[in-house]
Design a protein around this ligand. Sequence first.
Ligand code: ADP
Length: 434
Amino acid sequence: MPGGLRAEILLVGALAAVGLVFGVLSGHVWAGLSLGLALVVMRLLWVVARLARWLERPETPPSRYAGGWLADLGQRLRRARAAQRRRERRWLRLIREYRRAADALPDAVVALDADNRILGFNPPSRQQLGLRQRDVGLPIDHLIRQPAFIDYLHSEDWLRDVEVPASDDPERVLNMHIFPYVQGRRLLVARDVTRLQRLQAMRQDFVANVSHELRTPLTVLAGYIETLLDTGDELPDELLRILEHMHLQSERMRRIVEDLLLLSRLETTSPSEDQFEPVNVSAMLDSIAGVAEQLSAAEKHLIVREIDPALGMRGIPRELDSLFSNLVFNAVKYTPAAGVISVRWFADERGLVFEVQDTGIGIAPQHIPRLTERFYRVDVGRSRARGGTGLGLAIVKHVLLRHQGRLEIESALGKGSVFRCIFPTALANSRALS
Ligand code: ADP
């Protein structure tokens, strides 16, 4: 027990005792005791009043008549208060630091509550999204009215992001991404991707132009090589071999150029509704499987067709033909002789399913996520030897995107692969048979 407190207890005890003694001596014990207690209460009230005054004005020292107790208690209270202030200052510093960091971000960051009302935003949100201080508390979809954004906000599928034109300038493109955090709250992060999009468009234009410019000289060269080959009998064997090699390579270049042109068309244009027509998928697959049989004649693959003849779909015929051919011909290319290739077309609860299964070389798991990148090949030598361009699966991916479809790949190294395309059921069209 601190010394000051002990002295105070002794003092009040002494006051009570004085009252009691006075009472005994005067023959009025209770009156004396009451007097002693009244003195105790008065002393305590006086000490409390001193304490309150000292806490209010800590610079004036506590009265020396208040005893060490008051100094003790005051000291403790002051220490607790100082620690509290230090904690508050630390928090304030931390909050300011976070705010400064958020303000330094070039991206717009908006905090939203569970009803999508604005809780706060950083300064770039003013310029990027046109937000004002008075907008705090308003629902964000009252201020950003682009349908693509509103759909995204309400879809709650926030693993993906969305790109929308800026409200004040349709030339500017904003990438919007929502990140949920605590208690239904969410952060909207908007980034200006106009420059990135322009660069991408430039790259696409460049590839398309180069491919286009290469097409004519290549056709001329291939034509001359073929003419020379036609007069093969008169040429020395060595020259004939060189010409055959040149013919093979020019064919390869022609295929690359054609694939690049197709890919850039798929990437840069969006399909219009009138490009979609009923496609007789079963007839298309029959003819592709027929070509595959011819291609694999020497290797004697068994091509099994499990095709629902009554199931057609609405789509862009040329693009679907390219998608189906790429997957079926890949199965032929990457399946050793006498392997089995199954081509399936059916509908189930997932949608319309096109599936090619092979008993080929298979693909190691680490390659699977990258297969649809342009020019990504597991084994460049094998792909080239089989006449591959490295663009087939990139074309497949884009055709699927344009038909709201998705690609699933299952594969086991050395055992074979399944490439599965799933289209929405809404694209089913049984009239395609007619
Ligand atoms: P490529 O013209 O090289 O075949 P693709 O884009 O069509 O290009 O395919 C990319 C790569 O995916 C191929 O190089 C090959 O390594 C792998 N691949 C595609 N289909 C199969 C398959 N059915 N079996 C094994 N590997 C495959």
